[in-house]
Design a protein around this ligand. Structure first.
Ligand SMILES: Nc1nc2c(ncn2[C@@H]2O[C@H](COP(=O)(O)OP(=O)(O)OP(=O)(O)O)[C@@H](O)[C@H]2O)c(=O)[nH]1
Ligand SMILES: [Mg+2]
Length: 188
């Protein structure tokens, strides 16, 4: 897929008319700091369209980006950032689950993992929710640039064992590894 255009439309925290539009939503979910926003910039060939950063907890709303005037990329806040107050973490977790349970025209969910850490309970819970509701899921293991080839395949095996039957795509927002493969899945 060629990215011809990408623009920020809006950030939401609860119900909104954008959810009723007849456009596919490609949602990026995962733990705080795994690189969801960076990966979106990489896929969209943009440096800083999606706000990313050194401080975890950067993304606080559900942000919609219109791609090629055709579908939305949806950037979700990360979960589990330990330095946020428990109440805030719970609110964010609720918002993510609320969004994933909204019935929309069509949705694909990209679960972003850190290849070094693999999935935690919340990642596995989200995988269950998404699979039970029959939505398509794409699992990517980001920050592969931090590991050598041998370590990468070890980690991919570990992740596969925790997520049986799912293809795990190794990727890096930094080196753009895996970009084409992810875009293919998104548009398949
Ligand atoms: N080495 C390396 N660093 C990365 C990669 N992707 C993201 N990062 C870095 O990881 C940090 C977090 O990236 P973000 O894209 O803000 O992560 P996020 O998942 O959107 O974080 P939240 O919005 O807090 O949930 C930043 O310092 C990025 O530069 C990658 O593939 N490789
Ligand atoms: Mg983010």
């Amino acid at each position: 897929m060629q990215i011809k255009s990408a623009e920020f439309i809006k950030g939401i925290r609860g119900t909104d008319n954008i959810l009723n539009e007849q456009k596919m939503q490609v949602a990026f979910v995962g733990r705080s700091n795994v690189g969801k926003s960076s990966l979106m910039n990489c896929l969209l060939n943009r440096v800083d369209l999606v706000k990313s950063g050194k401080l975890p907890g950067k993304t606080k709303e559900i942000n919609f980006f219109l791609v090629n005037d055709k579908f939305y990329f949806v950037d979700l806040p990360g979960y589990g950032y330990a330095k946020l107050p428990l109440e805030t973490r719970e609110q964010l977790a609720k918002m993510i689950q609320w969004y994933l349970q909204q019935e929309v025209f069509k949705r694909k969910v990209v679960i972003v993992l850190d290849i070094k850490a693999g999935p935690n309970e919340m990642d596995l819970e989200i995988l269950r929710i998404v699979q039970e509701s029959g939505q398509e899921v794409i699992v990517v293991a980001n920050k592969a640039d931090k590991l050598n080839q041998h370590k990468q395949s070890e980690q991919l095996k570990m992740i596969s064992a925790k997520m049986p039957g799912i293809i795990i795509i190794p990727c890096s927002a930094t080196t753009r590894l895996g970009r084409e493969e992810i875009l293919k899945k998104i548009t398949a």
